[in-house]
Each structure stands twice: as structure tokens, then as C-alpha cells.
Design a protein around this ligand. Structure first.
Ligand SMILES: Cc1ncc(COP(=O)(O)O)c(C=O)c1O
Length: 367
């Protein structure tokens, strides 16, 4: 039995007719960039996320850049963010000329270590960007309180956390901006690149929308230089189809994670501990082992797809070496980078597939 890490084909089979129909509609309408399809999807997505506003953009990286630019963050500024995330988070901070300042992660939730934040604040600090990593909400109540106390902007990187909640509130609605990726493998994925920013403030929405589209006020009037970070009509229309199913797909992910937990946690393995009072949407199912290379090789040999998220913590990335961090600076992130692997998880995964993954995993993995 071959078990992929993510089965995009299984999902496509369910919605193929609807997707092909809307693609044809877009081709017939010629509404290829932003416009009606993006507006319709943004309305749906803001409702799903419980956000007042949402606007589509080109991908999850540009969403962070747009949020930072809208808040006026640039050279000389510092932005605090966790050292375990995908590279895009600090990359966007770099893109606007600011400096990423890293925190360690919590050893249980793998989320930004809140206790680190205040000690890192300097007169140059302008914002904090927590990441809802693996679909697990960061400690937003505590992080928001710190931001309010120190007058810092708050941007939530929600690329892995569509529909995740903390205390019943959707992620992406706690701070000034939420930023989302609809990369194909994400919980809500387009069939190409796409992203969105959410906000509760109409002025921020207006400026962010201008940052997405050449700083435009009118077709040929530009208030500032911005760039082109627009969403494609085809991607927006596909996302509108998928948005109808995302609640069901999210519940299926949560059920799959519960099943993994029942089998693997009971054997003593350290799995993701979700943030209290949260709805974790399990973009990934990470687990710790002490013999990762052996486990990965065995699962590969058994045709079971796995991943490592992420093998190099951000403070050790060659591209960020000028920041001056060294091995040992963030022990929890380094431990996670050395010992974690991600097991297959996707809405359509069957109990039979989960049982097979667990049996093969348990035959080789060491605590
Ligand atoms: C945490 C995080 N932030 C940002 C991004 C960037 O999103 P995109 O690939 O759509 O640019 C990703 C994508 O993997 C991500 O996982």
C-alpha cells in the first residue's frame, strides 16, 4: 500500500467537475486578475475565518510583505518571530529591510516561546510575528497583551492554520494582520500560488490592497510605489469551490490526528501538544523520535511519504548568517529540528492507512 504524504489527487477527484466548470467560467469571463472572483472568495474566506476583512494576494510570502509594508516597517526596524518556521517568515522581514529577531519555541506546542519576547524588545522593535505552526494556534492572548503593553504591531503568520481558533476566535483576527498561504499543499490550497491578508481595520485593508496592486488609487494613478502581488482569478475561483468543503476537510484532519494520537501517544511518543482552548487544524502531524534517519529510511522503503518540518532552524540558515546567531542559541528549536518528523496527514486519509503508518513507524521508531 502506497501512502503519500499529502494526497492532492484524492481531493481533486471529489471536486474535479466543479473545478473544471469554474475554470471555464473564468476563461469565458476574462476576469483573470483580482476582480469579481477574488472579491467573492475574499468574502467567503473572511466569513470562514471570522475576520471583518480579507483581500487576496499572490502567495503567503507576499502576504507577510504586504502586511509589513502597510504598517510602515522598514530599515532599522526589528521584528520578533520564532526560530522554527518556514523560511518565508524572516524572508519577508528581510524583504522590507527590517531585521528578524528570533525567539525559541515552546518544547510542547513548538509555538513561539512567549517568555522570550519581552527580553528581546529594544527601541527598534516594531512588530511581533507569531506563526501558527503545524496548524496549532500560538498563545495569542499573551502575545497580544505584550504587543499592547509595548505598542508593537502584531502580524499573525497563519499560512498553516486556516480555520484554526483560540478561545473560539479565528486566527488572523487577533492582530493588525493575519497572513495566509493557499499553496497547493496547504489545508486550503489553490492549484498554483495564492495568499491573503485579513484585518479588522478598513484603513489597513485599503492600504494593504494598494500595496498588493501598484499603490493604485485609480487605474493609472499611483499614490506610492508598491509592486504587483495580485491574486489570479482562476485561483480565486478554485478556492471558492474548495471553501465550501474546508470545514469538513478540517474536521477530517482533526479526526485523523486524534487517531494517530490514540495509537502513538499511548506508546509514549512525544506528539504535538495543542495550545489550551484551541482548535488545532493539523496542517502537519509532527512527532519526535531519537533515530530519525532510520525511521525516515524505513518509511520510505515501505512507500510511506514523510517530511521534516524543519531540518534547519531559521537562526542556522546560511542566508541569515549575518544575524550572528550560533548553534545552542535556541535549544528547543534545535532539538525539534534534529528529532522531529511529520507523518502523512490529509483529509481523505483512511483508518487503514493510519494503522499501516503507525505499524511501520512503531516497528522502527525509538523514543
Ligand atoms: C509558516 C509559513 N509562512 C509563510 C509561508 C509562505 O507561503 P507561500 O509559499 O504561499 O509563499 C509558508 C509556506 O510554506 C509557511 O509555511
Amino acid at each position: 500500500m502506497k501512502i503519500p504524504f499529502v494526497d492532492l489527487d484524492a481531493q481533486y477527484k471529489q471536486i474535479k467537475t466543479e473545478v473544471l466548470t469554474v475554470i471555464e467560467e473564468v476563461l469565458d469571463s476574462k476576469k483573470f486578475v483580482m476582480g469579481d472572483y477574488e472579491r467573492e472568495f475574499s468574502k467567503q474566506f473572511s466569513e470562514l475565518q471570522g475576520s471583518t476583512y480579507s483581500v487576496g494576494c499572490s502567495n503567503g510570502t507576499s502576504a507577510i510583505t504586504v502586511a509589513l509594508r502597510t504598517l510602515g516597517i522598514s530599515t532599522e526596524d526589528e521584528v520578533i518571530t520564532p526560530a522554527n518556521s518556514f523560511f518565508a517568515t524572516p524572508e519577508a522581514i528581510y524583504e522590507v529591510g527590517a531585521k528578524p529577531v528570533f525567539t525559541d519555541c515552546d518544547p510542547k506546542t513548538y509555538s513561539m516561546k512567549v517568555e522570550d519576547i519581552e527580553g528581546l524588545i529594544t527601541p527598534k522593535t516594531k512588530a511581533v510575528i507569531p506563526v501558527h505552526l503545524y496548524g496549532n494556534p500560538a498563545e495569542m492572548i499573551k502575545i497580544k497583551a505584550i504587543c499592547e503593553k509595548h505598542n508593537l504591531f502584531l502580524i499573525e503568520d497563519c499560512a498553516q492554520a486556516h480555520l484554526a481558533e483560540l478561545n473560539g476566535q479565528g486566527v488572523g483576527t487577533f492582530g493588525d494582520f493575519g497572513t495566509f498561504s493557499f499553496y497547493p499543499g496547504k489545508n486550503l490550497g489553490a492549484y498554483g500560488d495564492a495568499g491573503a491578508v485579513t484585518t479588522q481595520d478598513s484603513n489597513l485593508l485599503k492600504t494593504a490592497t494598494m500595496h498588493i496592486n501598484h499603490g493604485r488609487t485609480e487605474k493609472y494613478e499611483h499614490e506610492f510605489c508598491a509592486g504587483n502581488f495580485r491574486m489570479d482569478g482562476i485561483q480565486a475561483a478554485i478556492l471558492s469551490v474548495k471553501a465550501k468543503y474546508i470545514n469538513t476537510w478540517t474536521n477530517q484532519r482533526i479526526a485523523a490526528a486524534k487517531k494517530y494520537d490514540e495509537i502513538l501517544k499511548n506508546k509514549g511518543f512525544k506528539v504535538l501538544e495543542t495550545t489550551p482552548n484551541s482548535k488545532c487544524v493539523y496542517h502537519l502531524y509532527p512527532i519526535e523520535v531519537s533515530n530519525r534517519d532510520e525511521v525516515l529510511a524505513h518509511l520510505k522503503n515501505k512507500n510511506i511519504g514523510c517530511g521534516v518540518h524543519y531540518p534547519i532552524p531559521l537562526h542556522m540558515q546560511p542566508a541569515l548568517s549575518e544575524l550572528g546567531y550560533k548553534k545552542g542559541d535556541f535549544p528547543n528549536c534545535e532539538h525539534a529540528a534534529d528529532n522531529m518528523l511529520s507523518l502523512p496527514i490529509f483529509p481523505e486519509i483512511t483508518d487503514e492507512q493510519i494503522n499501516k503508518v503507525c505499524a511501520e513507524f512503531l516497528s522502527i521508531a525509538k523514543l
